[in-house]
Design a protein around this ligand. Structure first.
Ligand SMILES: Nc1nc2c(c(=O)[nH]1)N[C@H]1C(S)=C(S)[C@@H](COP(=O)(O)OP(=O)(O)OC[C@H]3O[C@@H](n4cnc5c(=O)[nH]c(N)nc54)[C@H](O)[C@@H]3O)O[C@H]1N2
Ligand SMILES: Nc1nc2c(c(=O)[nH]1)N[C@H]1C(S)=C(S)[C@@H](COP(=O)(O)OP(=O)(O)OC[C@H]3O[C@@H](n4cnc5c(=O)[nH]c(N)nc54)[C@H](O)[C@@H]3O)O[C@H]1N2
Ligand SMILES: [Mo]
Length: 802
């Protein structure tokens, strides 16, 4: 068994020690200080050399032969040398820059990749492309784009709120009532972006409950979350419930008028909306009951309880990934403001308790150094989830946060460290869009669906194959991680791949015919680790934290930051003195009504939280045809699509297919039994899944995790995923024109028994690979350079707001 002192490997789901035995076999044990390690880590070793690893650089066959762009995802590959693959990638980058400008390169490259401060794939990509003259970028996340855009108008930037987030310790000390819209997941807190030293979340919740906190979980299914009480709700209707609660508070005079006057602006406008003064429609508990399926008396009773005791209003991140997800987070803040507890210990609002391990723990926020990426000279960007729209509609205008922008004309896509064929919605639509670029270059350790949709594939290493420093600004430790295995076959780390490419690329002004020295900064990888560490050490010294010298840190394997003595109180300074510590909003107060947002003129957004029925929900007309609301949540047994091919993930499937959880009533109506193969479908596509019947899911709702690798049966139109990738049926729809975030969770479907013999699952079988002995000839570059379209050029907001 590995012991303290053995080399450390750090991942987003935990930190582990590794030891090789006499036969060379490696075993792992969780970091000794981790009280509740995640079993996801058990898969690290097997995935280092499984049959999905990419052994050599690869070029897609029909791209190599004739520059084809249509067979992405269906083709075989040709194994080539590093020289050949790098030469071709450099030729393509150079050609696209010369013909169309840097804006035609999309390197938004969203995704989680691996933990590690230096080997952060996207940072490496950005560093190189910035030297090369820039690229079209992506903005915001798939996790909570709606919140990222709306909250700065209403209260403060999301990152600032996360840094000072309310902790379970404070909630316990206050013995608060936690009203959790979207629940408090235990499954999701296995993860933390950048790494987890100690999984404390489960213990922290248990401690808060033991101290007297009480959690009311409001979710469509009583899934793997924690609650003292479960209130089932129809998906996508939380805003109506929150409005109903707000109405009871005002109509019974239970709201905190002093707080609303002193610390907020615009309550009057909101109040007249919920009371129906303008349109005669009161958003009261009876109104909310019809929409949400939560009984009106339950709503009234909950509002009274919230007014009577210290309360935390928590909204899970899933509430942002819905149509009008901006409104859910806005209203969470408004509801907490009406209760008057904002800025008091263990009260107010919380933004995603349970979403990841760091939300709700007691720790300091540390400013860790990151790889310097330079400046992107190109101003073009898209809100991250608009990728298919961008590829399909170059030149088309779109609105984003009060601006009108235009989609750039993308000719080359570069992805390193993320997987759009996991994360994006309506994958049949994405596949159509994905045929548009002339070249797609990808770095991947495994033959994921993204790798299979690329033209040039560079095999990347995994964290266990490289030295790094790993940690998250919101975790308790910084680790010196060590390679515990040689890189698989010919795999190289992202830094080396980009260094090889940099040697073949020139600067935008052509003064440098190699970018290699500029990219590496003249440092080897050990020197980079030392400089990132020294940078971190200097930053922390300024805050009174003294870290040892690099060598001593490497020797020890980690540095643990002290936890603060007192639990954090979100927005305490503002509450103590709002004039001295105003919020960074236009009024310096919580904006219940936002003049700025009202000025954007977005349909259904009057400048305060308001209910507009989403396109897809159980109350929609569409539900007559598609009567099941499919909720697609995070997977318990992996991180998104990562490690899907490993034993721990496979053990959660049903005969190799992803499981779909439905209620007994819905199963009976469709003649479905436990373990059957079901077909889940709508107009956009279909997938097969194994049936799991559950008492604790609202009838009319089905639940499936994301992350099954796409495995298409293309003989059907639209194509069907045999393995159960939910994004074949989800809608590629923006939250709203405010944030343009993904509405990933929201989707109506029908489910039926799959009557025919189910096809075999082939998701984890690598594509066919040809090995050629002679040197390859490069694919033809497209002969005719299309002229630059008239609307290309830097994206510019049109004058004023819209
Ligand atoms: N329907 C639906 N869809 C969703 C969601 C949902 O709730 N419902 N949730 C969304 C959310 S919140 C998120 S964050 C996204 C997540 O989407 P992603 O972050 O894109 O998903 P991952 O599977 O983590 O993708 C990481 C990829 O990086 C690769 N990789 C790992 N390490 C390295 C490395 O060192 N170098 C390189 N080059 N590659 C590496 C992995 O093989 C993997 O393919 O999904 C979104 N999609
Ligand atoms: N094990 C594991 N943990 C993860 C991840 C992973 O891939 N694996 N991914 C991480 C990432 S990138 C992120 S962004 C976070 C995401 O964190 P979340 O967004 O909080 O996670 P989800 O699992 O998508 O959704 C949480 C719960 O929301 C509830 N829910 C869904 N729709 C509705 C609704 O309309 N109303 C209400 N009231 N409830 C609803 C469901 O019960 C669901 O289980 O998780 C992180 N944690
Ligand atoms: Mo996420």
């Amino acid at each position: 068994m590995p012991q303290s002192g053995d080399p450390l490997v750090s991942t987003h789901w935990g930190t582990y020690r590794a030891r090789n035995d006499a036969t060379g076999a490696t075993s792992l044990a969780a970091f000794e200080d981790d009280p509740d390690p995640s079993p996801i880590g058990e898969s690290i070793i097997e995935t280092l050399s499984d049959s999905c690893r990419i052994a050599r650089p690869m070029i897609r066959k029909s791209y190599l032969e004739r520059g084809d762009t249509t067979r992405r995802g269906q083709d075989s590959f040709v194994a080539v040398s590093w020289e050949e693959a790098l030469d071709l990638a450099a030729r393509e980058l150079t050609r696209i820059r010369a013909n169309y400008g840097n804006e035609a390169i999309y390197a938004g490259s969203y995704g989680w990749a691996s933990a590690g401060r230096f080997h952060h794939a996207q940072s490496q990509l950005r560093r190189l492309l910035n030297l090369f003259g820039g690229y079209t970028a992506s903005r915001n996340t798939y996790s909570y784009a709606a919140a990222e855009v709306v909250l700065p108008h209403v209260v403060a930037p999301l990152d600032q709120l996360f840094n000072d987030h309310t902790s379970w310790r404070a909630i316990g000390e206050t013995r608060a009532l936690v009203v959790a819209f979207g629940g408090v997941s235990l499954r999701n807190s296995q993860i933390n972006p950048g790494g987890v030293a100690r999984h404390t979340h489960k213990g922290d919740i248990a401690g808060a409950i033991a101290a007297g906190a009480h959690i009311v979980s409001i979710t469509p299914s009583r899934d793997e979350g924690y609650s003292n009480e479960w209130t089932p709700i129809r998906p996508n209707t939380d805003l109506a419930l929150m409005l109903g609660l707000a109405h009871t508070l005002t109509s019974e005079g239970l709201h905190d008028k002093d707080f609303l006057t002193r610390y907020c602006t615009g309550f009057d406008k909101f109040e007249s909306y919920i009371c129906g003064e303008t349109d005669g429609l009161a958003r009261d508990a009876d109104w909310a009951a019809v929409i949400t399926g939560v009984d009106a008396d339950t709503i009234r009773a909950l509002a009274r309880r919230m007014a009577k005791q210290p309360t935390v209003v928590n909204a899970s991140w899933s509430l942002t990934r819905q149509h009008n997800g901006e409104m859910n987070y806005w209203m969470t803040v408004v509801l907490a403001a009406m209760l008057g507890g904002v800025g008091r210990k263990g009260e107010g609002f919380a933004l995603g308790l349970g979403a990841v391990n760091s939300i709700g723990n007691t720790r300091r926020t540390v400013r860790l150094a990151a790889l310097p990426t330079g400046r992107n000279p190109i101003s073009a960007f898209i809100p991250v989830a608009r990728i298919a729209d961008m590829l399909l509609h170059p030149g088309q205008p779109f609105r984003y946060n009060g601006q009108i922008l235009h989609y750039p004309d993308i000719r080359l896509v570069y992805w390193a460290g993320g997987n759009p064929f996991h994360h994006h919605q309506d994958l049949n639509r994405l596949r159509k869009a994905w045929r548009k670029p002339e070249t797609v270059i990808v770095h991947e350790p495994h033959w994921t669906p993204l790798a299979r949709h690329a033209d040039i594939v560079f095999p990347a290493t995994l964290p266990a194959e490289r030295n790094d420093i790993a940690g998250s600004p919101r975790d308790t430790h910084l680790f010196a991680t060590k390679a515990i295995a040689e890189p698989f076959a010919e795999a190289r780390d992202d830094h080396d791949i980009f260094a090889g490419l940099a040697a073949r690329l020139s600067s935008p002004d052509n003064r440098l015919n190699s970018l290699e020295a500029a990219f590496t900064g003249g440092k080897d990888k050990d020197e980079w680790l030392q400089s990132l560490y020294d940078d971190t050490r200097d930053r922390l010294a300024e805050t009174g934290v003294h870290m040892p010298a690099f060598e001593a840190f490497r020797e020890a394997g980690f540095f643990a930051f002290d936890a603060p003595e007192d639990p954090c109180i979100l927005l305490k300074a503002f509450r103590d003195n709002p004039d001295a510590h105003p919020l960074p909003t236009p009024s310096g107060r919580i904006e219940i009504f936002s003049k700025t947002i009202a000025g954007f003129g977005i349909m259904g957004n009057p400048g305060h939280p308001a209910w507009t029925p989403p396109v897809e929900w159980l109350g929609a007309r569409l539900a007559e045809r598609w009567p099941i609301h499919l909720v697609t949540h995070q997977p318990a047994r992996r991180l998104h699509s990562q490690l899907d091919q490993a034993r721990h993930s496979l053990e959660g499937k049903i005969n190799g297919r992803e499981a779909c959880v439905i209620s007994r009533q819905d199963a009976a109506r469709r003649g479905l039994r436990e373990g059957d193969v079901a077909r889940i479908f709508n107009d956009r596509g279909s997938c097969l899944a194994g049936v799991r019947i559950c008492e604790d899911v609202l009838p009319g709702v089905a639940m499936m995790p994301t992350g099954a690798w796409l495995d298409l049966d293309e003989s059907l139109t639209p194509a069907c995923c045999k393995h159960g990738n939910v994004n074949i049926v989800t809608a590629d729809r923006a939250t709203s024109e405010l944030a343009q975030g993904p509405a990933a969770l929201s989707c109506l479907v029908e489910i039926e028994r799959h009557k025919a013999e189910p096809p075999p699952v082939t998701a984890h079988r690598p594509p066919e690979i040809e090995i050629v002995q002679k040197k390859i000839s490069l694919p033809p570059a497209p002969r005719r350079a299309h002229p630059r379209p008239p609307w290309s050029g830097p994206l510019r907001p049109t004058s004023g707001t819209v």
